[in-house]
Design a protein around this ligand. Structure first.
Ligand code: GCW
Length: 685
């Protein structure tokens, strides 16, 4: 290896300690406890990173010797590896790197290293950055973009840029993420102009040794907007040639470019339907351009328009008939639920319905609908629930995980995406605990069978290790820090569902910012499916969206026995009750309580859970450094206040329809409805 790149790596690893107390080091805090000798017959930048990581983070026996062995083995798939206590074997250099991180993780979390083959669940494990070229981030809550900036130096690549891109790539590699879409799906055509493509090349060069491939979101109308062509019709020869040329230009700069992500004919974005063509026509045209270079198209199924009676059905209606018509290097990217990253949704029926073309899940790591960077909400339990949902695609046991990772139908490519929560904030994600969501996405993308609890366990040990080094193995640390903090994390998603949208309620957020409550928000000028009353349908009889066979019939998009189960109010799981049914206020639930009482109990419980998190956190002060302790403490106070607003706002609003008292054993609201509503309007005007 050249001396210069060797020094770069040394400096880059050494620079981590400067940020120690502010969470900048993420889950990569451990420092070596002893010497290790790492041997590998091959040398390259990626192998040097693997060696250096092992040397810097070694916690095993001092003086040990570790062998990194590049040797082909059919049992090892893609980026996988075989690990044993002092050896890592892989087919590729990246496999060696992932093995090195796994070895360190196991040492640092006291997980004995036995000989094991570890293959990834998905071939492509990708972060989607909704970063705009001016440096702002759509639904970003952790500062400006790490990739883009505004101003006259917008395209100048600085040493600072390179340093942060390296740290970012390293963090991703350590959890197995191997792709990054660098710009917002609401794409600017400028990304495909030569100045921006040069910056893309600079980023790709930094990410490459860490195995992170670069992808771009592109705007379908780019041929018109920057190509000077009169149309963007995907069947027009000039348009086809324009894209072919553009793709060639990209690969001349970034030879391992991953491909395109496209939001088309959705929320005002242009697409093939503007020319009377289908999603398949549009996607295939781009897929053909990318094919010679092994590039893929990730075509999003997030589509809906205001004319449809039930937004939850639209993606299925548009894409299901096209199953089998997409090229094999197109993957349909589907959000986990049928509507839009709500605190809880049933899985999108497209995961079961598409059988001939590949489908990839899109999860949202950034907490657009889950309290931004203020609320402590660990998302892995929600993702676990989703991945383990049985779709019945190929009989019982056909989980979403197996419908998407190639274990049911052979797929040329398998992939999973997460909308990133990363920005220039010192702690990367805005909230110290939001780092756990980035971590969990990577770990689940690598192994979709992991439990959210296992992941939380790992993350806590790695993230709070430096202050607890002396405690890590003690019962004191385990009982008084690890267990209560893990319990708080594991409960946090259900708590958010309770105080925001229990029992299947959905999309009753304040307009625009999607943070606080807004079930009342319905200005006359606004299209109906952008207002909460469209979703909750509250009236004096009851509340909830009727999606049964006598309602919008969305239930029929699910495979039996789910269709019948969801269709019957008695068998519908209560967590989805108001998603599928309009239920009378005095309907008796399994608990024996009326629907109204149960709604009140859930809102109150959610608030009490957050109050409990505050107590848990205050009690662990001695185990956490002062900076991170105070930061989280303050955020939990804000979360409590916001949970109180949710409870008061929603209960007082829905009470106007239910006309029933809030159960007398519950704490009374402390806000007036009018005040909560005014607060919402003042933020959205
Ligand atoms: O959840 C909605 C967001 C939009 C986003 C859109 C999408 C990028 O509110 O901000 O746009 O989904 O996923 O395309």
């Amino acid at each position: 290896m050249k001396m210069k790149s060797f020094l770069n790596i040394v400096l880059f690893v050494a620079s981590f300690n400067l940020w120690a107390e502010y969470g900048h080091n993420l889950w990569l805090r451990a420092r070596n406890q002893g010497r290790v000798h790492v041997v590998c017959a091959k040398s390259s930048t990626t192998i040097s990173i693997a060696k250096m990581e092992l040397e810097q983070g070694w916690q095993g026996k001092s003086g040990a010797s570790v062998l990194l062995k590049l040797k082909s083995d059919k049992k090892i798939k893609g980026d996988g590896f075989v690990i044993s206590s002092l050896e890592i074997q892989a087919n590729t250099e990246l496999g060696i790197l992932y093995g090195a991180y796994e070895m360190l993780r196991r040492e640092q979390t006291n997980n004995i290293v036995s000989t094991e083959i570890i293959n990834p669940s998905y071939e492509r494990r990708i972060l989607n950055h909704w970063d705009n070229l001016d440096g702002s981030i759509e639904r970003g809550y952790s500062g400006k973009s790490i990739f883009w900036k505004s101003g006259k130096d917008a395209l100048v690549v600085t040493q600072k840029d390179i340093a942060i891109w390296k740290e970012y790539a390293r963090a991703n590699a350590s959890i197995g993420i191997n792709g990054a879409v660098l710009d917002n799906v609401n794409a600017s055509p400028l990304i495909l102009t030569s100045g921006y493509l040069k910056r893309v090349k600079a980023i790709a060069d930094v990410l490459r040794p860490f195995g992170v491939r670069t992808y771009l979101s592109v705007k379908f109308s780019s041929p018109v907007l920057i190509g000077g062509i009169k149309t963007s019709d995907p069947l027009n020869l000039e348009v086809i040639q324009w894209w072919n040329k553009k793709v060639k230009e990209i690969y001349s700069l970034v030879p391992d470019f991953g491909g395109f992500l496209i939001k088309a004919n959705s929320e005002g974005q242009p697409g093939p339907q503007d020319f009377g063509r289908t999603h398949a026509d549009g996607a295939n045209m781009l897929a053909d351009a990318l094919k010679p270079y092994d590039g893929i198209v990730m075509w999003r199924a997030f589509v809906y328009d205001s004319s449809d009676h039930d937004r939850a059905k639209q993606a299925y209606n548009e894409f299901m008939p096209l199953d089998g018509q997409f090229r094999d290097n197109v993957i349909i990217q589907v959000k986990n639920g049928p509507i839009d990253f709500q605190p809880r949704e049933p899985f999108s029926p497209l995961f079961e319905a598409m059988k001939k073309n590949s489908v990839m899940p899109e999860l949202q790591i950034t907490q657009e609908y889950l309290g931004h960077s203020v609320h402590l909400v660990y998302l892995a339990p929600m993702w676990e629930e989703f991945l383990k949902s049985d779709t019945y695609q190929n009989g019982s046991g056909s989980t979403v995980a197996s419908c998407t990772d190639g274990s049911i139908f052979p797929q040329k490519y398998t992939a999973i995406a997460g909308v990133a929560n990363i920005g220039l904030d010192t702690n990367w994600c805005g909230h110290q605990f939001a780092q756990a969501n980035w971590y969990a996405f990577g770990r689940l993308a690598w192994n979709n069978q992991l439990t959210s609890e296992q992941i939380a366990n790992e993350w806590i040990k790695l993230t709070f290790s430096s202050e607890s080094e002396q405690h890590l193995n003690t019962t004191d640390w385990t009982e008084n820090f690890l267990i209560p903090v893990k319990q708080m994390m594991m409960e946090s998603h259900e708590a958010a569902v309770n105080y925001m949208m229990p029992l299947g309620l959905h999309h009753i957020f304040a307009a625009e910012h999607h943070y606080g409550p807004g079930p009342w928000w319905a200005p006359k000028y606004m299209r109906k499916d952008w207002t909460p009353p469209y979703y909750h349908q509250a009236d004096t009889i009851g509340v909830g969206f009727n999606r049964t066979t006598i309602g919008s019939d969305a239930v029929s998009e699910y495979h039996e026995p789910l269709k019948s189960q969801f269709n019957d109010v008695k068998s519908c799981p209560e967590r989805y009750l108001l998603w599928f049914h309009h239920v009378p206020w005095d309907y008796k639930l399994k608990s024996g309580n009326s629907l109204w009482d149960e709604i009140c109990l859930h809102y109150d419980k959610g608030l009490q859970q957050v109050r409990g998190f505050q107590k848990t956190w205050d009690k662990v002060q001695q185990y956490v450094d002062a900076d991170r302790f105070v930061e989280v403490q303050v955020k939990l106070r804000n979360q409590s206040q916001n949970a109180q607003l949710w409870k008061d706002g929603c209960l007082l609003y829905f009470q106007q329809f239910s006309r029933k008292p809030i159960p007398y054993n519950l704490e009374r609201p402390i806000h007036n409805l009018q005040d909560v509503m005014e607060l919402d309007f003042s933020k959205t005007e």
